[in-house]
Each structure stands twice: as structure tokens, then as C-alpha cells.
Design a protein around this ligand. Structure first.
Ligand code: SAM
Length: 322
């Protein structure tokens, strides 16, 4: 016998209570997102929905239980994550885009040459994951040639999926490379031609002190950068140095404990002149930027081995960079 649809408010209350009992901070907001996802309506229209049938209630309960009991990230359960001006497909195997990366992207966008100038800007996103950086730049700058490099197969699948979605939505297609950002010979055809190298690499110094939804579900290959957090960053900076064109620049995100180390790595590499550290919206050190030195040819690598570390000249910028 067919049953009447249950009122949305009651289902929402039950889901929110289960999430709150499990210690989920924004329980009510997450419950709204889950119910809206299952009903296929916008969050703002949730309470005007007619009701929620048995199958949909069961689906809300399934998602709520996975979130509450197994601490599966909400974005994996909903299959989408907001990322800057985009909404990307995500799921197990790919890093969930974080808001702090939007600052890095904005810094790059603010410094790209104006559209309509000589030649198309060339951008390389090393460690691309879902495509959060590469696709955001391609969206904002249809005149740019954007390349995205990803090593791991599972992440690469999400990258292809998002790149196809964005191209279908009208953005300039990006070029995807299955490759290792620590390989000094990567992208030989782009050597010395790149306007901006951008990266949010795996950078957390190895630890088990992370929230359960991160540690238990996001890929370790996306999170950890060895014991010092620099295992990927150091060779990646060398690769970036060989790719950037004269006048080009580098922007790389890092752990909030390694800002000075990353700035020193970039400075020591020798290809870059102005090296700056930037903080995120919470005031924590979050990314380092650098522009090429006028006096060093493209391809110069590690040329400052005799430079004293004390000479590292970095500018710490307080507050966000917008
Ligand atoms: C922190 S996630 C960043 C993803 C995306 N750029 C973002 O900001 O959301 C790091 C990504 O680097 C990839 N990765 C790890 N080691 C790599 C390597 N050596 N070369 C290329 N990609 C790598 C991981 O699979 C993961 O997708």
C-alpha cells in the first residue's frame, strides 16, 4: 500500500540530530544539503518540497549514516564540491578542493598579462587532482593554454571527468598530462615557455593527527609530502624553474608550518628572484610566489648552491592576498 510522503522538516530534523550526535559541527547545514541532494532541489527550496517518499527517506538515512558513522566526507557522498566559481565532481580517490587554494588561484589570475596581448598565456598546474586550479584558470581566462599534470590514476579519472564537463559548459579545454611533477624531464615541449606554474602539491608532513574524514578517506598520495612536507615540493620547484619563461612566475601552496622552508627552497633554486610568502584567510602561512630573475636564463637549475641560507630574502605578507 502506498504511504503518504513524510514531511521534509521531520526527516531533516532526524538527520541533523544523527549528525550532531556523531560530532559533526555543521550538522543542520549538512542535513539540509543531504536532503536537498536526495530530493534534487536547491537548498533554498527544500522546505517548499511536497514531502519525501519512502525511497528518498531511506537514501537520506543511508547518506547520513555514512557521514555520521564512517565519517565519509560530505562532498564524496554528494559527488560534488564547490571550487571557486565552479562546481566539480569528486569522490573517493581525489582530493577535495579547499577554499584556501582559491587565494593561490586569484594571485595568479591577478598577475597574468591582460587578454589581447602578444601570445596566449601558458599555465601549468602541477599536481592537478580534480582540476580545481587548472579548470578555474581556464574558466577565468579563455585565452590561456592551460596544462594539468596528475600522477595517480584515480585522481586522473576525476580530472578527465571535470575537464570534459567544463569544456562541454563552454570553457576552453585544458590539456591533461599523466605524469610525475618530480620528474625533471616532464613536459619538454613547454620548457622555457610557461607564463605561470601553479601547484597545490601533497605537502602535509606525515602525521596521523588529522580529522577522521580526511585521514580515513582522502588519498594519502594527495595529502602527505614526506616527513618534512617537502618531498614533492623540492623537485617540483626545479621542474617549475625549467618550465617558466623569462618574466614568468611560480605559485605553490604549502603546509602552514613550512612557509619559510618552501620560500628558502624556491630562493635557493636560483631561477627565481622575488620570493614572497602569503597567508590564508585565517592568517596562516599558505603559499609562496616567485618571479623569475632577469639575469638567469631559462633552464638554470640549482645554480645557487654556494648561496648562504641567511641571504634568503622573503617578504611575509600579512592577511589575505585579494
Ligand atoms: C593536495 S592535492 C591537490 C589537488 C588540486 N590541485 C587541488 O588544489 O584541489 C595533490 C594532488 O597531487 C597529486 N600528486 C601527488 N604526487 C604527485 C606527483 N609526483 N606528480 C603529479 N601529481 C602528484 C595527487 O594525486 C593529488 O591529486
Amino acid at each position: 500500500m502506498a504511504t503518504h510522503p513524510a514531511p521534509v522538516a521531520g526527516v531533516l530534523r532526524t538527520a541533523a540530530a544523527a549528525l550532531a550526535r556523531a560530532g559533526i559541527e555543521s550538522a543542520r547545514a549538512e542535513a539540509r544539503l543531504i536532503c536537498a541532494h536526495v530530493l534534487g532541489v536547491d537548498r533554498s527550496r527544500l522546505m517548499s518540497a511536497d514531502g519525501i517518499d519512502d525511497a528518498a527517506v531511506a537514501e537520506v538515512e543511508r547518506i547520513t549514516a555514512a557521514r555520521a558513522e564512517e565519517k565519509v566526507p560530505l562532498q564524496y557522498l554528494l559527488g560534488r564540491a564547490p571550487s571557486g566559481r565552479l562546481d566539480l565532481a569528486v569522490g573517493p580517490g581525489v582530493f577535495i578542493p579547499r577554499p584556501e587554494t582559491e587565494l593561490l588561484v586569484q594571485w595568479v589570475l591577478d598577475r597574468l598579462p591582460e587578454p589581447g596581448g602578444a601570445g596566449r598565456p601558458v599555465i601549468v598546474d602541477l599536481c592537478a587532482g580534480s582540476g580545481a586550479i587548472a579548470l578555474e584558470i581556464a574558466h577565468a581566462r579563455p585565452d590561456a593554454d592551460v596544462h594539468a599534470v596528475e600522477l595517480h590514476d584515480a585522481a586522473l579519472e576525476w580530472l578527465h571527468r571535470n575537464a570534459e564537463e567544463r569544456a562541454a559548459a563552454g570553457d576552453t579545454p585544458i590539456e591533461i598530462h599523466h605524469g610525475d611533477a618530480t620528474d625533471p624531464g616532464l613536459l619538454p615541449g613547454l620548457r622555457g615557455r610557461v607564463t605561470a606554474v601553479v601547484s597545490n602539491p601533497p605537502y602535509i608532513p606525515v602525521t596521523d593527527d588529522l580529522p577522521a574524514d580526511v585521514l580515513g578517506h582522502e588519498p594519502a598520495t594527495a595529502l602527505f609530502g614526506g616527513t618534512d612536507g617537502l618531498v614533492v615540493v623540492v623537485p617540483l620547484v626545479d621542474l617549475a624553474a625549467s618550465l617558466v619563461a623569462p618574466g614568468g612566475f611560480l605559485a605553490v601552496e604549502h603546509d602552514d608550518t613550512t612557509g619559510a622552508d618552501v620560500a628558502a627552497v624556491v630562493k635557493r633554486q636560483g631561477r627565481f628572484g622575488t620570493v614572497e610568502q602569503h597567508t590564508d584567510l585565517a592568517g596562516r602561512p599558505r603559499f609562496v610566489t616567485a618571479t623569475t630573475r632577469d639575469d638567469v636564463d631559462t633552464g638554470a637549475r640549482g645554480g645557487d648552491d654556494d648561496r648562504d641560507d641567511d641571504e634568503v630574502d622573503t617578504t611575509v605578507q600579512k592577511g589575505n592576498t585579494r
